[in-house]
Design a binder for this molecule. Structure first.
Ligand code: SF4
Ligand code: SF4
Length: 168
């Protein structure tokens, strides 16, 4: 089953999606407990990968003349809502009157103001080619480890989403 696609600017679609996610998590299905377990497992993976992500992105992104944090990137997919709910987060407010390609509303003076697990997943895995090349050249061993961890995070996220779909 296809999950709804969320589009930046469509507030009605976002609210509808949030209600659908809430309905599943508020149901009496015993699988909701398993969903939360998977979500917390994934959150742990975010913590585990954080040092490598910081080591890898901070020196390069801090000096980047263009940056890539725009409102549409910080906006969640339906799958992100599932994860947020599974770890008990409250919904964030997304001000969609701000321009889609303007600087992200969550960007603070020293970078993103959100904890990694509360950002859209695309924020976690988006790396421009120049960033990837730099990391691979500087520290190939860490890069391989990072790549492996990111892959495992993707698998864990897929398990969460698949289980959610079975409850729809
Ligand atoms: S990922 Fe690439 S484009 Fe985005 S801020 Fe970092 S260096 Fe710049
Ligand atoms: S990393 Fe943070 S500031 Fe950058 S696009 Fe994502 S939510 Fe916005």
């Amino acid at each position: 089953m296809e999950l709804p696609e969320l589009v930046y600017g469509d507030n009605y679609g976002l609210i509808k999606a949030m209600k659908l996610v809430e309905a599943v998590f508020d149901s009496s299905s015993p699988s909701v407990y398993n969903l939360c377990q998977l979500g917390h497992g994934l959150k742990k993976r975010f913590y585990n990968i954080e040092p490598l992500l910081d080591k890898f992105t901070m020196p390069v992104c801090a000096k980047c003349p263009t940056g890539c944090c725009v409102n549409s990137h910080g906006f969640p997919d339906f799958e992100d809502l599932i994860f947020f709910k599974s770890i008990g987060l409250s919904w964030l407010k997304y001000d969609m009157s701000k321009p889609e390609h303007g600087l992200c509303q969550f960007l603070g003076p020293i970078g993103c103001s959100l904890p990694r697990f509360n950002r859209s997943y695309r924020c976690t895995w988006y790396f421009c080619n120049s960033l990837l090349d730099t990391f691979e050249k500087i520290d190939n061993k860490s890069f391989m480890l990072f790549d492996e961890q990111l892959y495992r995070m993707g698998l864990a996220r897929n398990s969460l989403i698949d289980m959610f779909k079975h409850l729809l």
